[in-house]
Design a protein around this ligand. Structure first.
Ligand code: PMP
Ligand code: GLN
Length: 380
């Protein structure tokens, strides 16, 4: 039987490839973004109770109302603006499914979507599956600043959506208030939808404030905010997330969501609704991860790797240009095989060849794991 691939250029994701290599060579895995420490037992107990209390059948299509109310409260507390739990918040199977459903709900053949590279890997294939065209704005090291004039030059009548990601994976940068104001200015009066991937909203360092798209009224009116409980509560394997948007946008999203998954794991939603009542559980996260970042960087300060401390996310880029001129994919593989430490090469998040010699390391790890990794980096 013959078939034509809808994604001829797509292979297996770099996270799977590097994870498998780490396993094969018994390497310390700082590649895929997940913690190697335990999540909170209290949250596990809450899931058990929810199951014992009979929440084992389909949840409502939009998500458990209690959880949606808890999310609405969180927005109010953090950003002084909220979303209506009935018709502006939907619980999803992780951020990935929210992103897939949002793009599928709005992108038609030949629509253009602007993304900022290096970009998280699920945006482009999802745009392509829907017949859309990805238009890239490349951010360049060392500081990866956005040139808003370049963005402006790429907006035209076919531009249907822009995807932003602050804090940004894989580079660990954040958009400033000035960036968000520029974005707002550029999109005012247009029909451009913003997909604001904010899965790292609770990992922002050095006293900076997370600049959510919901803080800027005109941006809020055209934005989907996407979030991930897996990132926030140390349980990426649960694949729980949500998205928020004004009602006219959200009702289109739900048309797709209901046929994509219909509804999401019920007992976990009940548990998360109860767990979110204590805001310290997410408010303490930035300090927790800043301490991990600082430990990691202090341990490798005398190594031959160069770095600018990450401003957000739980990823740190290390520049190895003082060590070798190998490309980043080869060097990441060699580090795994020969030195037993695995990272992610960042060139795979671009659509063109790039010169920078950078690897991404995940510091959501036990202190002892970070110490072992640092020992290896110090020997290279
Ligand atoms: N967006 C970004 C920027 C990510 O790094 C990830 C990975 N966590 C996701 C979306 C997907 O999140 P989830 O695991 O909740 O699907
Ligand atoms: N978000 C995670 C990362 O960037 C990976 C998730 C995945 O493997 N798709 O490492």
């Amino acid at each position: 039987m013959r078939h034509i691939s809808k994604l001829p250029d797509v292979g297996t994701t770099i996270f799977t490839v590097m994870g498998a290599l780490a396993k094969k060579h018994h390497a310390i895995n700082l590649a895929q973004g997940f913690p190697d420490f335990k999540m909170d037992e209290n949250l596990i107990d809450l899931v058990t109770s929810a199951m014992q209390n009979g929440h084992n059948q389909y949840a409502p299509m939009q998500g458990d109302l209690g959880l949606r109310e808890a999310i609405a409260k969180k927005f109010d507390l953090l950003y002084g603006t909220s979303y209506h739990p009935e018709n502006e918040i939907t619980i999803t199977t992780g951020a990935t499914q929210a992103i897939f459903s949002i793009i599928s709900a709005f992108i038609k053949p030949n629509d253009e979507v602007i993304i900022f590279r290096p970009a998280y890997d699920c945006y482009e294939p999802t745009i392509a599956l829907n017949g859309g065209k990805t238009v890239s704005v490349a951010l360049e090291s060392p500081n990866f600043k956005v040139d808003w004039n370049e963005v402006k030059s790429k907006i035209n009548s076919r531009t249907k959506m822009m995807v932003i990601n602050t804090p940004q994976n894989p580079i660990g940068t954040v958009f400033s208030e000035a960036d968000m104001r520029q974005l707002q200015q550029l999109t005012i009066g247009t029909d451009i939808i913003i997909l604001s991937d904010e899965v790292y909203e609770h990992m922002v360092f050095d006293g900076e404030k997370h600049q959510s798209a919901c803080l800027f009224p005109d941006l809020k009116s055209r934005s989907f905010i996407v979030a991930s409980f897996g990132k926030t509560f140390h349980n990426t394997g649960w694949k729980m997330g949500y998205c928020c948007a004004p009602q006219p946008l959200m009702s289109e999203l739900r048309k797709v969501h209901q046929f994509n998954v219909f509804s999401v794991n019920h007992p976990m939603q009940k548990a998360l609704a109860a767990y979110l009542q204590n805001e310290n559980r997410y408010l303490e996260l930035s300090a927790f991860y800043q301490q991990k970042r600082d430990l990691f960087l202090s341990l490798i300060k005398d190594s031959r790797f160069k770095f600018t401390p990450s401003k957000g996310t739980y990823f740190q880029l290390l520049d190895y240009s003082g060590i070798t001129q190998e490309n980043d994919v080869d060097f990441a593989k060699r580090l795994t095989v020969e030195n037993k430490l695995t990272s992610i090469p960042i060139s795979v998040f671009y659509d063109t060849k790039i010169e920078s010699k950078m690897l991404r390391f995940c510091f959501a790890k036990k202190d002892e794991t970070l110490k072992q990794a640092a020992e290896i980096l110090n020997q290279i």
